[in-house]
Ligand binder design. Structure first.
Ligand code: APR
Length: 308
């Protein structure tokens, strides 16, 4: 029997997730949205692309959370996107209500599911999802680090004129202005980028990565990025559904690793059939560790704003 995947929110990120999930034949997909007809229309359109794109999974849409019943995996994308001039934190109050309502339904209808959160502000919404569902922390993680790293990878590849897939990068910390790109752990075909790119350019590329989402918001003028966020989410979905044990930076719950606890933040993890199977602890230097802790302190403050 096919796995069942629920995508909450059939907007830009949600519909792109459904498309990539279908094209990867990862399971049957149900999209949930509050706008009547919207997820149904997207689902029908995606179904009709199946014969051409070569997939056979079922794609359906619904305005009723009961249709996520028994889902193995949920990707939470519902929520407001940013507009120019907004930070991810500006979405806090609106999206906390949306994520809270979805979490109650996930708990009710898909009590055994794994949940990947994409709604922003990401690390805060992931924590909120964990608290409201009451699911164990290995079953809830947030998509951010892969997106931030893939932006870093793309910029490094563009800089050097090499294949994107040859570049591996690590970006830790919160999914926002306090994120921590780690050039020390970034390589091209196994070669540290420090040996290939000047320190000045690495700094500029790190900064562009940090502000990468905002650069797209400014260009689009309404809404925020969705192809890369959806691609990153589907990579995570596949790692869980196919028990791949991939090593990714994701927003994961910390219990003292890196000297941080009771918070979701971007760290390297092993992602497999049991969800977050392990948090990997890198030997950060003093300034990297300081930046990661500052990111955590910032999010602890934001969590208080929604009562945690
Ligand atoms: N339940 C289900 N769907 C909802 C709910 C809800 N309670 N509230 C809003 N939605 C739906 C909207 O109707 C809309 O179709 O969520 C969808 C969001 O889609 P977009 O506006 O296109 O936003 P998108 O670009 O997909 O971003 C969604 O992901 O990356 C983050 O910051 C981004 O928080 C934002 C989220």
């Amino acid at each position: 029997m096919n796995k069942k995947i629920a995508v909450i929110g059939a907007g830009n990120v949600g519909a792109s997730c459904a498309q990539y999930l279908a094209e990867a034949n990862l399971g049957d997909i149900v999209m949930i949205d509050i706008i009547e007809g919207f997820p149904q229309g997207k689902a029908l359109d995606l179904t009709q692309a199946g014969p051409v794109r070569g997939y056979n999974c079922m794609v359906t849409g619904s305005n009723n959370y009961k249709d996520i019943k028994g889902a193995d995996l949920v990707i939470m994308t519902a929520g407001m996107p940013r507009k120019p001039g907004m930070s991810r934190e500006d979405l806090l109050a609106m999206n906390a209500d949306i994520v809270g309502a979805a979490a109650k339904n996930i708990k009710k209808y898909a009590p055994k599911s794994f949940v990947i959160v994409v709604s922003n502000p990401l690390d805060i919404m992931t924590y909120h999802m964990m608290k409201v569902t009451g699911f164990s922390t290995n079953r809830i993680c947030g998509q951010a680090g892969i997106l931030d790293s893939t932006r870093f990878r793309a910029f490094v590849a563009m800089e050097l004129g090499v294949a994107m897939t040859e570049v591996h990068a690590m970006v830790m910390g919160g999914h926002g202005d306090t994120m921590v790109p780690l050039p020390r752990y970034t390589t091209v075909g196994g070669i540290p980028i420090k040996e290939l790119i000047s320190a000045k350019r690495i700094k500029e590329i790190s900064e562009r990565t940090r502000l990468g989402g905002g650069e797209i918001v400014k260009l689009l003028k309404k809404g925020s990025a969705y192809y890369a966020p959806a691609a990153a989410s589907v990579d995570m979905a596949r790692a869980i559904l196919c028990d791949e044990k991939r090593v990714f930076p994701c927003s994961a719950y910390l219990t003292g690793q890196y000297g941080i606890k009771d918070i979701y933040i971007g760290v390297p993890i092993v992602l497999g059939g049991n969800g977050v199977e392990k948090v990997l602890e890198l030997k950060l230097n003093a300034s990297e560790s300081k930046a990661l802790k500052a990111s955590a302190v910032n999010y602890r403050g934001v969590l208080k704003e929604i009562g945690y």
